[in-house]
Design a protein around this ligand. Structure first.
Ligand code: AMP
Ligand code: MG
Length: 399
């Protein structure tokens, strides 16, 4: 049997990050930056007012109150033609360029708000309420490093730096396909022996959580010719394909049957629970294909442990799994020797430390326990028991 880390390493070794492409700013939301972004100008580009008020010379405010003639009115977006000379003031709005000669802005609340002349009642220190050119970013400075995920704030600074497009690694388009004659679409009635397909919905959502675009291809029955045909169709548009079901030791394990032959996919037993039967290969010699086990919890754990890191790698990121924390276990845990065990659990933070409590249901078909868990306790292959109060690594499930 292969270890979890060896299996992941074997997968990553066969992946290539998606080629970068240029996208308009908003379309780049959620993608990973594939260039360094620098500002072509100082930000702010010019000295400007941080307040609505009056641009003055601080020396004129020595004796208060003082009344000064207003020689200019400067809204944001315009530039004063008259400077502030000794004994004068200019009315100025937030974001408007500071006029020549002024060294301080008095906020309007400290004045009578006059238009022709203004009475100033309080004097702020020299330089107050002026945002200096380059006070945020200097021309030529890096504002975003390569490899950052572009969230709202990152798009904000890119726009502030004048960028209409960014070079990014696109979201991987991931086809999710369930296999099984027993499957039906939720919302349609069940005949005896049938169940609703949960894997394709669950994994489509997991793909989105990992930064991909899911193309849910519903399900295909346990018919080898059909499975082969559906897989081949995906070559046209998929950056990766995930199947579930049909990879264990049964008589109708269609995915294994169809893909074993040409060596396209390598089927391995990985030393983990749940999720022992795994397969990975390049469909058509090109598109990463993950054949995950059918039991929903096995499929989910396999996704988080193998597919999530792989999707990150396709996006130019480190092939990491879910973030982990160290937690104190509330009860004693046992685990089979030789298998890395993932236990559904509830993770809480109390009195400065994480605590974790395993769910009582741990079979790989028991989805309710997964849906109500916030963490996965990881017990490495060489650990067979952990006493209550012991420390364990816990993967945080996306919330
Ligand atoms: P298999 O690996 O195809 O033998 O499936 C293992 C178990 O997972 C069986 O109980 C299947 O009915 C169940 N299963 C397989 N695919 C799905 C699916 N898409 N949704 C829910 N359960 C599934
Ligand atoms: Mg099946």
């Amino acid at each position: 049997m292969r270890s979890v880390s060896d299996h992941l390493a074997a997968i990553v070794a066969r992946l290539t990050a998606l080629p970068p492409l240029r996208l308009p700013l908003l379309e780049a939301a959620g993608t990973v930056l594939a260039e360094e972004v620098r500002s072509p100008v100082d930000l702010p580009p010019f000295d400007n007012s941080a307040m609505d008020g009056y641009a003055v010379r601080a020396a004129d405010l020595a004796a208060l109150p003082v009344t000064l003639p207003v020689v200019a009115d400067i809204p944001a977006g315009s530039v004063a033609t008259t400077g502030v000379t000794p004994g004068t003031a200019a009315r100025i709005m937030t974001g408007a360029p500071l006029p020549e000669g002024a060294d301080t802005v008095v906020q309007v609340e400290w004045t009578d708000g006059g238009v022709r002349e203004v009475r100033i009642d309080r004097a702020p220190p020299l330089g107050t309420s002026i945002r200096r050119a380059g006070g945020d970013v200097r021309r030529g400075d890096v504002v975003l490093a390569e490899g950052v995920r572009l969230g709202a704030a990152q798009l904000g600074i890119a726009a502030s730096a004048g960028r209409a497009e960014l070079l990014v690694r696109p979201r991987p388009r991931v086809v999710v396909l369930s296999t099984g004659d027993e499957l039906r679409v939720p919302g349609t009635p069940l005949e005896p022996g049938q169940i609703w397909d949960s894997n394709s919905f669950m994994l489509a959502a997991a793909v989105a959580e990992a930064g991909g675009v899911a193309l849910r291809r519903s399900f295909v029955g346990d018919d080898p010719a059909k499975v082969r045909a559906v897989l081949d169709e995906q070559l046209e548009h998929a950056d990766a394909v995930i199947t579930t079901g049909g990879v264990s030791m049964g008589a109708y394990d269609v995915v294994k049957e169809v893909l074993s032959g040409g060596g396209e996919v390598e089927f391995s037993k990985v030393a983990m629970r749940p999720g022992k039967p795994q397969g990975f290969g390049l469909l058509g010699g090109r598109v990463p294909l993950f054949t995950l086990p059918g039991n929903p919890v096995s499929a989910y754990v396999s996704f988080q442990v193998f597919v999530r890191p792989a999707l990150r790698y396709l996006q130019g990121l480190a092939p990491e799994g879910l973030p982990a924390v160290t937690a104190v276990t509330e009860s004693a845990l046992t685990s089979p020797a030789g298998l890395q065990h993932y236990l559904r659990a509830s993770l809480t933070f109390e009195d400065g430390r994480y605590r974790v409590s395993p769910a009582s249901a741990q079979d790989s078909h028991q989805m309710r326990a997964l849906a109500n868990s916030s963490g996965l306790i990881v017990l490495p292959a060489d650990v067979t028991e952990l006493p209550a109060g012991g420390e364990a690594e816990v993967l945080r499930l996306p919330s």
